[in-house]
Design a protein around this ligand. Structure first.
Ligand SMILES: [Zn+2]
Length: 401
């Protein structure tokens, strides 16, 4: 603990460091030394439990015996497993008490619970009397995910996606305990990928069934299993197929603007914005006039940038970044941007952002006038756009330099 107690700290107040003061105990929150010390302390518990597993009186949890698994730790959460008999629980608790005495890491009684599955009532009571922890009821929620001994719950699509992504990106590697466990318990099925074990949990079945996508992507399962390295990017590209790339992709994909600007710019490039000419065709509205100039019919081509109001704004903004030309029709503007502003120079990057933010604010202003009956002047809009670009650039150091 010498390295912990001999250091000193200094606090920066208005940019000036105060007189240093010594640290007497513990580490400050977020100290990079903390995880190492914590792991060293937990290693002691691991060794104690390893020895426990070798004793003949101790019984592993039925689903953990093949792996000799007694504990799982996630950050400062600890899960201990053993068979639900009083002797095994007593031995496990005894080891944990020894660890607590040595490390001064004590279980928080209010956050500690005992969960039993398939254990008769009398034994459960004996276990609870012995431990003194509260009785936990399955199912419980851990890290936002429901845990249960039975498949009696329905998970939302969002949780399903989180689980799938987590398993795919993190857990599904041969050296992971979780994967070893799957192989240990379900690996005895000759082909667990084609003949999915029915007793497997919901999530395991889901993962094993997902191998059908290999065929869709043109892979053969045996080949995949023998691969040393597997590229999820290549897999995704094969599954997705090839598409012709649109000419304006760099304006959207290499745009440093806010996501909401880019989203509207993409809709504009695809001509998917619901302008009044489209709404009129569908019988949604009878009013066809442009809410900005109130002179012509509103269509996409009119709004960007044939309309005199938007043309005025766009010209102002072009002048601001030193482009001295008149606003053009949307297709010509897009063509100009593809040719002159697809590069990686700061000027091109600012231009792409500017195009996105102007399209966004024109669309917002149009909606503001249609739905709220209020309006902002060109000057106010231009000032707002300049401020937003400045702020965004200051966030993106590369452009700001
Ligand atoms: Zn107009």
């Amino acid at each position: 603990m010498g390295c912990v107690r001999t250091i000193s700290y200094s606090v920066l107040i208005n940019g000036k460091p105060t007189k240093p003061f010594e640290a007497r105990e513990g580490l400050r929150q977020g100290d990079i030394l903390f995880p190492f010390l914590f792991v060293m302390a937990m290693e002691y518990l691991s060794r104690l439990l390893k020895q426990l597993g070798k004793l003949s009186d101790f019984n592993f949890h039925p689903k953990c015996a093949k792996m000799n698994l007694i504990q799982l730790g996630f950050a400062d959460d600890l899960l201990l497993f053993c068979r639900g008999d009083v002797m095994s629980v007593h031995m496990l608790f005894d080891r944990f008490q020894s660890f607590a005495k040595a490390s001064v890491l004590v279980a928080n009684l209010s956050n500690t619970s005992v969960y039993c599955g398939g254990v008769i009532h009398e034994v459960q009571n004996e276990i609870h009397n012995l431990l003194g922890f509260s009785k936990g009821e399955l199912h419980i929620r851990y890290l936002g995910i429901l845990l249960s001994t039975k498949r009696i719950f329905i998970l939302t699509k969002k949780v399903v996606k989180v689980i799938e992504a987590t398993c795919r990106n993190f857990l599904w590697k041969k050296d992971k305990l979780w994967v070893k466990w799957i192989h240990c318990y379900y690996g005895r099925h000759k082909n667990m990928f084609e003949d999915v074990p029915k007793q497997a949990s919901w999530i395991v079945q889901k993962i094993l069934k997902a191998t059908k996508y290999f065929n869709e992507a043109g892979y053969i399962l045996n080949e995949v299993q023998s691969m040393e390295k597997f590229s999820t990017k290549q897999f995704y590209l094969k599954l997705r197929g090839t598409f012709q790339k649109v000419a304006w992709r760099k304006l959207v994909c290499n745009n440093q603007g806010l996501p909401k600007w880019i989203f509207i710019l993409r809709l504009a490039a695809l001509r998917r914005l619901y302008t009044r000419d489209r709404l009129f065709k569908w019988g949604v509205t009878q009013d066809q006039f442009c809410p900005l100039c109130e002179q012509d019919h509103e269509s996409f081509s009119h709004l960007f940038f044939t309309c005199e109001t938007t043309a005025q704004l766009w010209k102002k903004m072009l002048n601001w970044i030193g482009v001295t030309r008149n606003p053009m029709a949307w297709e010509d503007e897009l063509q100009w941007a593809i040719q002159d502003a697809s590069g990686s120079t700061p000027r091109a990057e600012v231009y792409r952002m500017l195009l996105a933010v102007v399209v966004y604010h024109v669309w917002m202003e149009r909606n503001y006038r249609v739905f709220q009956g209020k309006q902002q002047s060109i000057e106010v809009l231009a000032r707002l756009i300049v401020q937003e670009i400045h702020f965004r650039c200051s966030m993106k150091v590369k452009i700001a330099k």
